[in-house]
Design a protein around this ligand. Structure first.
Ligand code: FPP
Length: 246
C-alpha cells in the first residue's frame, strides 16, 4: 500500500481507525537464532517503533499494543527486567519527542505494581498526551482484560456510593470507567506468532473487532505484513449483528 492515505480519509479509504496488536513471538524469534529471549524483545521493541511510525504516516489514528500482561511477571526475572528496561527507554524517548513527532502515548494497565521510576514516566506521558492532538499509541502494560473490567465495576460502584453518579448504567457509561476511556474500540486486532487466541487482551473493546492472525513472529513483522492485514480487513463485511440485504 502506498503512503498516500492522509489522516481524516479513513472512512473513504476503509482504513481501520484503531489497530490493536498482540506482540507475540519474540522469544521464538531469538531461539531460532541461538540468541537469548531478551534479544528478541529488543528487536520487538524496534519493530513496534517502525510499525507505530507507519501507522501514523498512513493515517491510522490509534495503535494499541499488548506489551506486558498481568501474567508476564511469572517469566524469568532477567527477562522481566529487560522488558521493563526497553519500555523505560521507549517512554523516555517518547517524552522527549512527543511534541516534535506529534504523537500521543498512553499506558493502559495497572501501573501501581511498576517501579516508582516507571510509574512517574507513565504519569508524565499520560499527562503530556492530554495536551496533544494526533496519532495515539497505547501501550498495555501490566494489563489484563478481566482485571480491567473488574476495576471499572469497582470504580463505578465507588462513584455510585459517593453519590457522584446516578443509578443506571449503559454500555457507553461503563466504557468510560475502563483504562481505554475515550478511545474508540479497535477495528482490527492482529496477532502475529501463530497463536489464535485473545489472551485476556481488550476483552470488552474487541467485541466487534476483525481478527487477523499470522505465523510471522513479531520481530519479523513488517510494514508489508501490516498492509496485508489492512487489505484483509478491507475485504471483510462488518455487520455488527445485522443482516446486510434482508
Ligand atoms: C511476547 O513474546 C512478547 C512479550 C511478552 C514482550 C513484548 C515486549 C516488547 C516488544 C518490548 C516492549 C517495548 C515496547 C516499546 C512496546 P514471547 O516472549 O511470548 O514470544 P514467544 O511466544 O516466542 O516465547
Amino acid at each position: 500500500m502506498a503512503n498516500t492515505i492522509k489522516a481524516g480519509e479513513q472512512e473513504r479509504s476503509g482504513l481501520p481507525r484503531h489497530i490493536a496488536i498482540i506482540l507475540d513471538g519474540n522469544g521464538r524469534w531469538a531461539k531460532k537464532r541461538g540468541l537469548p529471549r531478551t534479544a528478541g524483545h529488543a528487536v520487538g521493541a524496534e519493530t513496534f517503533r517502525k510499525i507505530a511510525t507507519y501507522c501514523k504516516n498512513i493515517g491510522v489514528e490509534y495503535l494499541t499494543v499488548y506489551a506486558f500482561s498481568t501474567e508476564n511477571w511469572k517469566r524469568p526475572p532477567e527477562e522481566v527486567k529487560t522488558i521493563m528496561k526497553l519500555l523505560k527507554n521507549y517512554l523516555q524517548e517518547a517524552i522527549d519527542t512527543m511534541e516534535k513527532d506529534k504523537i500521543k502515548m498512553k499506558v493502559l494497565g495497572d501501573v501501581d505494581e511498576l517501579s516508582d521510576e516507571l510509574k512517574e514516566m507513565v504519569a508524565h506521558t499520560n499527562e503530556i498526551s492530554q495536551r496533544y492532538e494526533g496519532f495515539q499509541a497505547n501501550i498495555c502494560l501490566n494489563y489484563g482484560g478481566r482485571a480491567e473490567i473488574v476495576k471499572a465495576a469497582e470504580r463505578y460502584a465507588a462513584d455510585l456510593a459517593a453519590g457522584k453518579v446516578q443509578p443506571g448504567l449503559d454500555e457507553a457509561g461503563f466504557a468510560s470507567y475502563l483504562y481505554s476511556a475515550g478511545i474508540p474500540d479497535p477495528d482490527l486486532l492482529i496477532r502475529p506468532g501463530g497463536e489464535k487466541r485473545l489472551s485476556n487482551f481488550l476483552l470488552w473493546q474487541c467485541a466487534y473487532s476483525e481478527f487477523y492472525y499470522t505465523d510471522v513472529l513479531w520481530p519479523d513483522f513488517s510494514t508489508a505484513e501490516l498492509d496485508k492485514a489492512i487489505a484483509e480487513f478491507q475485504s471483510r463485511d462488518r455487520r455488527y449483528g445485522k443482516v446486510k440485504n434482508p
